[in-house]
Design a protein around this ligand. Sequence first.
Ligand SMILES: Nc1ncnc2c1ncn2[C@@H]1O[C@H](COP(=O)(O)OP(=O)(O)O)[C@@H](O)[C@H]1O
Ligand SMILES: [Mg+2]
Length: 304
Amino acid sequence: MPNNEAASLPPTPAMAEPDTAPALPAEVPVLDSSAWREYRGQPGKATHNSNHLAVIADQAGVLRRCFVKLAPDPTLPTLLCEALGWVLAGHSGLRRADFAAIVLIDKERLAKSQELTAACLAAPGDLIPAWCSSAIPGQTVNANLKTEKKPGTQFHIDYKTFLNAADSRKIAAFDLWTGLQDRNLGNVIRHASGGYASIDHETLLHDILWGHSPFQPRNLTAWAAKDLEPKKFKAFKSDMARASAGHADALAKAESTLNALLSALLPHAGKRADALGFLRQRSQRGWLAKEIGVLDMGPKEDKP
Ligand SMILES: Nc1ncnc2c1ncn2[C@@H]1O[C@H](COP(=O)(O)OP(=O)(O)O)[C@@H](O)[C@H]1O
Ligand SMILES: [Mg+2]
């Protein structure tokens, strides 16, 4: 947090007072509004929120093309969930954006390029904190979806290819472990260089951090159950169980960063403990396998 602007993160129930707030971990820096260099449009069709693309200068001054998601309502855990999810995804071996940060967005500057939502206009002060992640090269799995009623042949191919890929099982296991609720196909990027990347971890630890929320539960395991043949679905679940064997280790590696994020962004100590307890319990050997009704087979390397 190099200057006093960053130190003036809006004091809110979700964000502790600046003078008492523990620093965010270096992995997820807070960048002041000068980091937002140039507007680059909106993803796809105009969105219901203030998501947009922008050129962002990182801590070292390197310019990065990023997606920026504004979090104007300080009572919602958007920034915390995104940050926890991005850190955990990295330690769990999921593909993710190379770079992420919380950036303070100057409302007036953004308003010159894009209409602000009512929530942004209503937010107090000149700056709105936002989650920022570098653009992953590729396309979302639903990029070729025509309409919900008539999705189109190419969408079906893309969707089935994803369900049959190794990464879909890792992502499904990650979501179940972390209580992520909104895994729609716009939240998975088919990476230009192969494999699939996970984005939008806003609903991570949903039942603890969101409680009652507007999100419709959307779940990859349920889709696989519906859209894969029984034998393939069984293999899907076995792969999920194998992926879960890495969760305890991922949590151990991520824990100090998660603690720093929770301390900085979640004032409620009880909820901090609940969040870590939830992740710890569900990362235990055998938990996920039992949950989805398969044998706990362990990672592939465990096999003789
Ligand atoms: N890091 C990223 N790399 C590539 N595309 C992204 C990235 N972040 C967001 N997007 C694009 O922006 C869309 C909206 O972002 P998302 O974080 O899913 O916000 P929302 O909460 O509106 O669903 C995604 O569906 C995707 O097309
Ligand atoms: Mg999304």
